[in-house]
Design a protein around this ligand. Structure first.
Ligand SMILES: Cc1cc2nc3c(=O)[nH]c(=O)nc-3n(C[C@H](O)[C@H](O)[C@H](O)COP(=O)(O)OP(=O)(O)OC[C@H]3O[C@@H](n4cnc5c(N)ncnc54)[C@H](O)[C@@H]3O)c2cc1C
Length: 429
């Protein structure tokens, strides 16, 4: 039996690779970049390509980490749910309650401060209405429309829903799918308290999953090649038969685990691939800018996660959680501002100066813009996301953009990779 060929060593490709290797079908993984990890990777300089935050509801990631021998308690700084959003001299504070099961979310909202007059009551009524309908919508619409229907006021929109929507969907409420947003709320708040926990990686992203996953695959006879771009898919009689890199051709079933825009390029010339390629390009994309700012080592944020209600509503993470005391990550989602790096660094420093006026000035900064961080979660997007087996015969798709029902997240990528591998394993040889 020929080894499965995985194109792309992002979290989806690696999740698929681990699943296959564990089942005795050790794959060959080909990654174009110098390091594995894709959109959640460590750069050569050691810094991550962007701050990533996980939640306790990421059961797929947790299972995968367990399988490759990464201990959750060592890997993450875990905190109970706590959202703090600064708005001038005021702030929203929403912290987890001790109530069991889904009631913990009710307790958290009931105890929230800073939602404006009547805001707490209306937020609770909204949560109850969504829970009653199982967090599902018959017709998708924007998050802003959904919130307006449920009479969420300007203060709640500014301090709670907009920062939450940006953090989870990488889009503003007026552009984002309400269905996807409700799925996030259901996963984080519809289950037990643990689901809503915030998980801050204690290490760089590379050491968290990509490197141990690659080691797991190699230990079971697989191969992981970096700096190896797949140039084309090879075909015969309408089926995909393998891949071609600059130097060689390999034959085997193909798991295409790239981002949708790269998958579209490889699928376009394949017989019957044009329509799928068009569909993938139609998913669009959104940017995320992360500004890392260094302060003296003693400077810290307590709690380590804050947001600003001031547009563009950036989130701030104290990198002490990742063993980098004094460093802050200021994350701007859906960043279509076109600001240059110097302006990004200046604005991030201004945000922190407003949040903590007593801090000294930042000593240095590093700006990383991921122009294509996630697919765009427009209303109705789920109707266009392909299943893992939507490709031509001989090829399976894996990636955060496939039809997982989740937004573009690490959890979506991992679940997609595992499902893709299981499909391949179940296919006749
Ligand atoms: C700045 C930023 C912050 C984020 N924050 C969060 C967060 O806090 N929480 C969260 O859950 N998610 C977050 N995300 C989203 C998350 O990182 C992605 O959803 C996830 O990493 C996507 O994984 P993937 O495997 O589907 O795709 P990718 O990571 O894009 O992996 C695809 C891989 O394929 C490779 N490739 C492409 N073309 C070829 C080719 N021709 N040949 C060989 N290899 C190829 C690429 O180099 C890449 O390594 C964030 C993303 C960014 C960019």
């Amino acid at each position: 039996m020929t080894a499965p060929l995985i194109v792309g060593a992002g979290w989806a490709g690696l999740a698929a690779g681990v699943e296959l290797a564990a089942a005795g079908r050790a794959p060959v993984v080909l990654e174009a970049a110098p390091r594995p990890g894709g959109r959640a990777r460590s750069l050569a300089e050691g810094r991550d390509n962007g701050q990533h935050l996980l939640i306790g509801a990421y059961t797929g990631v947790e299972r995968l980490l367990g399988r490759i021998g990464v201990d959750i308690d060592t890997a993450f700084h875990r905190e109970p749910l706590a959202l703090h959003v600064a708005d001038g001299d005021e702030a929203l504070a929403l912290t987890g309650s001790r109530l069991p099961g889904p009631l913990h979310a009710v307790g958290a909202l009931a105890g929230a401060r800073g939602l404006g007059p009547g805001g707490r009551r209306r937020a609770l009524a909204f949560a109850a209405a969504m829970a009653m309908r199982g967090f599902r919508l018959r017709r998708d619409r924007t998050v802003a429309e959904l919130l307006a229907r449920h009479r969420q006021g300007a203060t709640a929109l500014r301090r709670l829903w907009t920062p939450l929507c940006l953090a989870t969907l990488n889009a503003r409420p007026e552009h984002a799918s309400a269905r996807l947003f409700l799925r996030v709320l259901a996963d984080a708040f519809g289950g037990g308290r643990r689901n809503a926990e915030l998980w801050f990686p204690r290490t760089g992203l590379g050491a968290l999953l990509p490197e141990p996953a690659a080691a797991f695959i190699r230990d079971r006879g697989g191969e992981v090649h970096t700096g190896e771009r797949v140039r084309a898919l090879t075909t015969s009689e309408g089926a995909v038969t393998g891949i071609a890199t600059r130097g060689e051709r390999r034959t085997g079933p193909v798991l295409l685990a790239t981002a949708p825009w790269h998958a579209a390029r490889l699928l376009e010339p394949v017989p019957g691939g044009h329509e799928l390629a068009d569909r993938l390009r139609g998913l669009g994309h959104g940017a995320i800018t992360t500004v890392y700012l260094r302060y003296p080592r003693h400077v810290h944020l307590d709690p380590p996660l804050w947001a600003s209600a001031e547009t563009p509503s950036p989130w701030i993470v104290d990198r002490r959680t990742a063993g980098e005391p004094g460093w802050m990550a200021v994350v701007t989602s859906a960043d279509d501002s076109g600001r240059n790096r110097a302006a990004c660094a200046r604005e991030a420093a201004t945000t922190l100066a407003a949040l903590r006026p007593d801090w000294p000035p930042a000593l240095e900064s590093r700006v990383i813009r991921e122009r294509r961080a996630t697919f765009h979660p427009a209303p109705g997007v789920d109707d266009h996301r392909p299943a893992v087996d939507a490709g031509p015969p001989g090829l399976w798709l894996a990636g955060d953009y496939t039809s997982t029902g989740l937004p573009a997240t690490l959890e979506g990528a991992v679940r997609s990779g595992v499902e893709c591998a299981r499909n391949l394993l179940a296919a006749p040889a």
